[in-house]
Design a protein around this ligand. Structure first.
Ligand SMILES: *[C@@H]1O[C@H](CO)[C@@H](O)[C@H](O)[C@H]1NC(C)=O
Ligand SMILES: *[C@@H]1O[C@H](CO)[C@@H](O)[C@H](O)[C@H]1NC(C)=O
Ligand SMILES: *[C@@H]1O[C@H](CO)[C@@H](O)[C@H](O)[C@H]1NC(C)=O
Ligand SMILES: *[C@@H]1O[C@H](CO)[C@@H](O)[C@H](O)[C@H]1NC(C)=O
Ligand SMILES: *[C@@H]1O[C@H](CO)[C@@H](O)[C@H](O)[C@H]1NC(C)=O
Length: 778
């Protein structure tokens, strides 16, 4: 065992003092007075008696004073003691017990699930005293009763039952039977309007959710179903992603609707205020801090996907609060900070700036938020601005829950509720989300639950055992099956092996449409197209011939469904024979067409529009909300290089890659190859064959591009930005058909030409026809 004595100044006095301290180690009274004299006697702790059978432990600072020891058990097991802290003088808190032959030392224990026998009007099998991980239970109702919820449930490794609470009921009352969730006892058996039911958890488990619910006139219960948590119970990323994203989505989409409904300009007056507070007390080391910072970055990026531009206030807190992003800065800058500025502020923040991080002062964090809100409110009033009116406020706090100073934050939270919700003449909203991260005991779980807001059918408090899991959570969070309005969205899973059940692999190009047109002469053309709104498909004009009828156009959506066509429109300038006199037998200028579907499709992860430039939706995808989003800006951002990497699809949805030649010289030499196309007379100039309306790909320099093949005309030429697909061109024609069925590679002489969506004539065509589902920039 090593002993280290540290003194501020290594003086003779100090040595003596330290020796005295050591000598008097056992005499607490004297030790205290010794410490009061100012000498620190913080010798290290020892690793005796620490090991856990069936698991292992990690130390935050070795055996030094202040080091935090955390026990780890395999999945499905937990450690009865979760952590210890080295207090110095060889002392751990809590003290490890010496193992004796008669008493086993610390062991990892099998996870249990809450007792399910509160189940009413039916039977549970098998009957057991206790239910452990992987135990299966089945539920059956007595005759006359009907089962809702899960018929079989398995005890999961996180201490929760799979599926949902089984309930046997006759549904004869006004509200449905709210059930008796596993581990709870319920009082109240009448379910008419105004009736209340109350819950508590047995066995000293912690109740998360609502402990009382009231039957509403609407036939629903207030609050959310209670759950009973053991100390080791936590939420899995999949669970949180689902529940948290649903809650926050509701708020964010409500906010968008609210603002659009009132015609408040979202860009300038975005009145969504988001406060994020991150615990940086000493149990949070720099690694965890860095991880939490990434999590916050990820979260605000995800939020920006909802096409809102919130104002942010971001702090870290320990004993005191340290600002990272200050919401009151918005007074001076007048516009919402752009996302990248918020990210920059976060990146620039220096962990060492957190001076005194001995404590966890949750009350101080809430006090800071209250203070900021008061400033925002006063300022808005002074300036007669409606900024604070009807604004939405979201507080998201990450903490290890160990509030060891500053007292309980309840008073501060009430002040916050007062300032936001106190005045009934407005429609402000407040949501407080609490994320408990790491080692959290029962008391702390209950506290965090009480700080979180309770909204009907939503959950605002979550527990994860590890910051890394939060990372996964936010990655899974954007549930694209419900996020309507997010054009071009597809998910790329960075966390492929996310905890069970593995998320389904969503469709990569949910906007791809196959088009088949049967002409008057009985022959047909096959083309591709792209869904650009839930009602409109963009494709090439040359897929159609004179005399074609809407009834003879067959559209197959990405989901495999067939869509009925209402009408189709070609660009009025499209005329394939318009340049015959110039020696060009076929001219593809203005080769664009729009098809209107008979019905608006329901957006899902299998069918969703692609983003098209010069729209609000694409500004949001490019995260340009709050800045000068113009069509020129889109073009500048998207086609900003001499060679722009672009993608298009084969009929089999295979991704093909090509470089758009954008540099002046590159573009010119790409265009010059058009002269080699069939049907172009030797006397024709290349500028007669291709005009500036085209984008050009193909060739073998600087890379061998993929070539567009027959049947791929009308498809989208698109770019990928921020996990979104943005269409920049419509595939029109190529110099030769070089696809052999074996190779679809371009050659030195081959080029493909695509109608650019940035061109005024194309934009006008889109604007004139597509009147809903997308908002064009002016
Ligand atoms: C539970 O079952 C799973 C899958 O069969 C298995 O991998 C796991 O080890 C089991 N857990 C325990 C604690 O027995
Ligand atoms: C934490 O992040 C900062 C800033 O990005 C970086 O400089 C530092 O090396 C990181 N520290 C650790 C331990 O990862
Ligand atoms: C705020 O909400 C109240 C109540 O819903 C409404 O009467 C008022 O007009 C709203 N104010 C603004 C600026 O939208
Ligand atoms: C297409 O262009 C040719 C040649 O300029 C012209 O004769 C013809 O009328 C045009 N067709 C249409 C439908 O405008
Ligand atoms: C087109 O939509 C209308 C109303 O939305 C519907 O009544 C009609 O049956 C649809 N036509 C076809 C051919 O599906």
């Amino acid at each position: 065992m090593k002993h280290r004595i540290s003194c501020a100044a290594w003086s003779r006095d100090c040595v003596i003092m330290a020796k005295i301290c050591l000598w008097t180690y056992l005499f607490t009274l004297i030790r205290v007075s010794c410490l009061m004299l100012g000498a620190t006697a913080d010798s290290d702790c020892s690793e005796d008696n620490l090991p856990i059978e069936g698991g292992h432990y990690t130390l935050s600072k070795g055996v030094k004073v202040g080091s935090v020891l955390v026990y780890h058990c395999p999945s499905g097991y937990y450690s009865p003691v979760r952590s210890r802290r080295c207090l110095g003088n060889g002392k751990w808190d809590p003290l490890p017990k010496r193992s004796r032959p008669t008493r086993p030392g610390l062991q990892c224990k099998l996870v249990r699930c809450p007792y399910p026998l509160g189940f009413q009007h039916g039977s549970v099998s098998p009957l057991q005293d206790k239910y452990y991980v992987n135990d299966t239970t089945t539920y059956e109702c007595f005759s006359d009763y009907k089962l809702s919820g899960s018929e079989t449930r398995v005890c999961n490794a996180n201490g929760k039952w799979s599926g949902s609470t089984p309930i046997c009921s006759r549904n004869s009352d006004h509200c449905p039977d709210p059930g008796v969730p596993a581990g709870t006892r319920r009082t109240g058996n009448e379910f008419y309007i105004g009736d209340k039911v109350a819950y508590r958890c047995e066995d000293a488990l912690t109740l998360i959710g609502s402990n009382e619910r009231t039957c509403k006139e609407s036939g629903e219960w207030t609050g959310q179903e209670p759950e009973c948590y053991y100390e080791y119970t936590y939420d899995t990323p999949v669970e949180i992603a689902e529940v948290f994203s649903k809650s926050i989505q509701t708020t964010l989409t409500e906010d968008v609707n609210k603002q659009q409904g009132k015609k408040i300009n979202l860009d300038k007056d975005g009145n969504l205020h988001i406060y994020i507070a991150l615990d940086a007390s000493d149990s949070i080391d720099i690694n965890i801090f860095n991880q939490s910072r990434d999590v916050i970055k990820q979260l605000i990026e995800k939020i920006s996907d909802y096409e809102v531009s919130p104002k942010y206030d971001i702090v870290v807190f320990a004993t005191k609060v340290t600002k990272i992003v200050d919401i009151t800065d918005y007074y001076y800058k007048r516009t919402a900070k752009e996302l990248f500025e918020v990210i920059e502020d976060l990146d620039r923040f220096d962990y060492d700036k957190i001076r005194d991080n001995a404590g966890t002062n949750i009350a101080e964090a809430f006090h800071h938020i209250y203070h900021q809100m008061s400033l925002m409110k006063t300022r808005a009033e002074l300036e007669n601005s409606i900024e604070f009116e009807n604004s939405s406020h979201i507080i998201i706090m990450f903490t290890d829950g160990e509030a060891n100073m500053g007292g309980k934050p309840d008073g501060k939270i009430n002040q916050i509720k007062d300032i936001i919700l106190g005045n009934k003449d407005n429609s402000r909203t407040l949501e407080i989300y609490m994320f408990g991260v790491g080692e959290i005991d029962d008391m702390q779980k209950a506290d965090l639950n009480s700080y979180a807001t309770k909204k009907d059918k939503e959950k605002h408090v979550f527990y994860v055992d590890d910051m890394k899991k939060l990372h996964e959570t936010f990655d899974l969070m954007l549930d694209e099956s419900t996020s309507v309005g997010l054009c071009g969205l597809h998910r790329d899973y960075r966390y492929k092996d996310a905890s069970p059940p593995n998320p389904p692999n969503p469709m990569k190009q949910p906007w791809l449409v196959k088009i088949s047109v049967t002409h008057e002469n009985g022959l047909s053309s096959n083309c591709l197209g792209s869904l650009i709104t839930p009602r409109w498909v963009l494709t090439a004009a040359h897929c159609f011939k004179f005399g074609d009828l809407s009834e003879k156009i067959y559209i197959t959506l990405s989901s495999g469904e067939i869509a009925v066509v209402k009408k189709f429109t070609l660009h009025k300038e499209f005329n394939i024979s318009s340049k015959k006199d110039k020696g060009v037998s076929e001219s593809y200028d203005y080769d664009v067409a729009l098809i209107q579907l008979n019905e608006t499709i329901k957006v899902s992860d299998k069918k969703r529009p692609i983003c098209i430039p010069c729209t609000k939706e694409t500004s949001a995808a490019l995260k340009l909300v709050g800045s000068d989003d113009t069509c020129e800006r889109h073009e500048k951002i998207l086609l900003n290089k001499d060679h722009v990497q672009a993608i298009f699809l084969s009929k089999e949805r295979k991704m093909k890659h090509a470089l758009i030649k954008q540099g002046m010289h590159q573009k010119k030499s790409c265009f010059e190859m058009a002269i080699n196309a069939n049907g172009v007379s030797p006397k024709a100039k290349y500028t007669d064959v291709v005009t500036d309306i085209f984008l050009c790909t193909g060739g073998i320099d600087p890379q061998t591009d993929d070539a567009a093949c027959k049947g791929e005309s009308g498809g989208a030429l698109f770019l990928e930005r921020n996990s979104r697909s943005i269409q920049v061109g419509v595939i029109s024609w190529g110099v030769q058909d070089i696809c052999t069925g074996v190779s679809e590679k371009s050659s030195a002489t081959h080029r493909d030409y695509h109608i650019s969506l940035f061109k005024v004539q194309v934009q006008q065509f889109l604007k004139d026809n597509v009147k809903d589902g997308v908002t064009f920039l002016n």
